[in-house]
Write a protein that binds this ligand. Sequence first.
Ligand SMILES: [Zn+2]
Length: 313
Amino acid sequence: MAAEKTTGIVLRVIAFSETSCIVTLFTREFGKLTTIAKGARRPKSPFEAALDVLAICRIVFLDKSPGGMGILTEAKLERRFRGASRSLNQLYAGYYVVELLNTLNDEGDPHPDLFDHAVATIGQIDLNETRDEQLGQILLRFELNTLDVLGHLPMLTKCVGCGREKTTVTRVSFGLNLGGILCQTCRRGESNIVSLSSGGLQCLLELVGGQLGSNQRNSDNWNKADRAPGKLAMIDATRLLVDGANEIREFKEEKEEWSRGVPEREPLSNADSSTITFADRVRCQAEVRQLVRRYITHLLGFPPKLHKFLRNI
Ligand SMILES: [Zn+2]
C-alpha cells in the first residue's frame, strides 16, 4: 500500500476496539475517506489531539486495497474548531457543515474547491464575533456552493421543465423534483412545488450570480422564443393525466408550508434593488434558507439531522 499525504477535515470519529478509532475525513486530494487509526485511543496516542470533529489536520495514510479501509498513520493538527466553547449555534453550524460534507459526498470523489470553501466556512463560523444572522448567511453560501460543486445547483433563469427563459423577477413556482423554477405550463401536474417570492428569487439570483434576460418580455414573464417544442409537447401530454384533486391538495400544502415562516405579502414587487429595505432583505434571506434546506432534504431523501437545530440561524 502506498503512503499518501493530504489535508483533511475530520467528519466523524467512532471508537473501534479498545484502542482504535474509525475516522472519516473530507480531504483535499482524495475526497471523503474512511480510515482506521490504530492506537488512537491509547493515552499516548500518535495522533495526539488531532482527531476531533471539525479539526483540520495534515494526515498520512496508507491507501486502501480495493474494498478495504485505509490506515491512518499520522495526523497533525493544523486548526482546531473552537466554536463549541463560544456558542451553541456556532457548534450547530459547524456540525451542519460536517453533516453536509458527509452525506452529499461519495468516498474517493475529490472536490478541492469544495474542500477550500469548507475550510474557509469553518474558519468564519469559528470567529469570536460571529453573530447568529451571520451564521445563517455563511451556511446559505456554503449550501449553495456545495450544490454548485456537486452539480445540483437549481436552475433559476429558465424554466427547468421546458427551457423557456424567465424575463422578469416575479413570484414563481420552484419544483423540488426537477430542481429549478417552473413556468405555469410545466408547473401543472408537478408535485413538490414551493412558491418563491420575487424578493426570494432576486436574493437567490444574487447569491448564485445568475441574471434574468430582459428582452422580448411577454405577459407571463417568460420568453416564448426559447421554448423547446418537443419537450413542451411531452409535458402537455403528461398534464392530461393530472388528477385535479391532487393539484388542489398540493396547492394547499404549499400555502401552509410557507404561511408558517414567511409572510404571504408579496415583497419587492418591482424588484428594484434601490428600494430593498433591510427588513425585506432579512425576510427574503429567511425564505431562501427555507427553500434551500427543503431542496437539500429532497435531494437526500431525508432531512439532515442538524436542520432542527438551525431554526434560529
Ligand atoms: Zn416550462
